[in-house]
Design a protein around this ligand. Sequence first.
Ligand SMILES: [Zn+2]
Length: 217
Amino acid sequence: MAKIRPGDRDKAGDEELALRFVNTLAWRNAKSPEERLPDAEALLDWLAGAQGIEPQALSRLRKRGERRKAEAEAVYHQALELREALSRLFLARGQKLSPSSKDLHILNRILGASRPRIAAVPSATKGAASAWRLAPSEGEENEILAPIAWSAAELLTGPRGMRVRQCEDERGCGAVFLDQSRLNNRRWCSMGDCGNRAKARRHYLRKKQASGRKDPR
Ligand SMILES: [Zn+2]
């Protein structure tokens, strides 16, 4: 059976940048998670697609990355380290648990090193007039991670931080999302796939129970 990829739906782009970034390790709770950012180039592509970086800054960084491979590699590893720290920080926040000081240090190091500059850019979504977003300042390569860190910090320090959840899909989807449901009881990343599947599975089990048949598998 073809898996529905959580990355496919982040094109909808309405989730916070930091949450979408965490979800670039898809099937996080499965036996073999899927790495959507296999190398430094993929990281830049993702940032461009996620509007976490401006096009001019992106082409500048690509050129620089070709010249200074070791530097680009280091930023890539820092990005993955940040992603895993954010995953743990969000889950801790959502469950009202104390965060690990090591994870906080990873986030705060990037926040502390960045020099914020705010850009207002037209939203890619049709019908929306415009959207504010934070853009990294010129120059420092490691500042490409700054918008993700700011997005995370904003979420973690605000009241919405307590609404970060992880998909309960039993195959191990593990995608994080912001629960904006009125009853605060959303369980799946998307009703379109993981939620639907859980519903179908429950329906199947109920039917099986009722008829007393064996699982056909
Ligand atoms: Zn899911």
